[in-house]
Design a protein around this ligand. Structure first.
Ligand SMILES: N[C@@H](CCC(=O)N[C@@H](CS)C(=O)NCC(=O)O)C(=O)O
Length: 225
């Protein structure tokens, strides 16, 4: 059986978990964290990052976007990278936009609000969070709000790798307890509420709340129940 290496709290590993669920592919999960990788991990990923996907043939595929492309070629139903070339280009660029610009910004907020107090035994660096919320996120959210407009999905009415990447980062924002302003980003807020209720994504998110807690409304409801 294939194996996914990478903690579900990584926005990149979570992309793969969502794609595997969408395509209904069976796999084993090895939830390694990037700061405690096993010896020899560089043989699977020369940059020592998570995720890596090990196939049935024992091939090690690094990088979430490369893994999603591999899964789409080997299990084309349902398609996550559109067949039409312009739609594919739009989806792949938005995936890259989220992975390279939004994910690191949200990761900083997530580390400070979720990991620092829960796992790192130190208080949240509130000025750093404030800087991310007031300076870094607004231009990214404004762009995404415009891209989404009134649509259900980011690209041409299709659920694609771009939605998986964005939903995965939005999961970490929710774990951190940060809500998207409906007033400032009405399209993004509506999209977030909708995409996080998608069965594959909601199931993944809820399993993380069960396992790790956090500051999301779901985690707070469980803590006070
Ligand atoms: N482009 C890569 C990014 C992967 C990535 O940065 N993963 C983080 C964990 S969320 C990591 O392993 N960081 C360790 C490092 O950068 O050394 C992907 O999509 O898989």
């Amino acid at each position: 059986m294939p194996t996914l290496h990478g903690t579900p709290l990584s926005p990149f590993a979570r992309k793969v978990l969502i794609a595997l669920a969408e395509k209904n592919i069976e796999f084993e999960h090895n939830p390694v964290v990037h700061f405690a990788l096993p010896d020899g991990y560089e043989k699977m990923h020369p940059l020592k990052k998570v995720p890596v996907f090990t196939t049935d043939e024992d091939a090690h595929i690094p990088d979430s976007s490369v893994i999603l492309d591999y899964l789409d070629r080997t299990h084309p139903e349902p398609r996550l990278i559109p067949e039409e070339p312009i739609s594919a280009a739009k989806a792949l660029f938005l995936e890259e936009y989220v992975d390279s610009a939004l994910a690191p910004t949200i990761a900083t907020i997530f580390i400070e609000k979720f990991a620092a107090p829960i796992a790192m035994n130190r208080p949240t660096n509130e000025p750093l969070v404030e800087k991310m919320l007031s300076e870094k996120l607004p231009p990214l959210f404004t762009h995404l709000d415009n891209e989404i407009g009134e649509s259900e999905y980011l690209v041409d009415g299709l659920f694609t790798v771009a939605d998986i990447a964005l939903a995965s980062s939005l999961c970490n924002l929710r774990h951190a307890g940060i809500e998207i302003s409906e007033e400032q980003y009405p399209n993004l807020r509506r999209y977030a509420d909708q995409i996080l209720s998608r069965p594959t994504i909601q199931t993944q998110f809820n399993s993380e709340v069960d396992q790790y807690g956090g500051n999301s409304p779901e985690a707070n409801a469980k803590a006070t129940a």
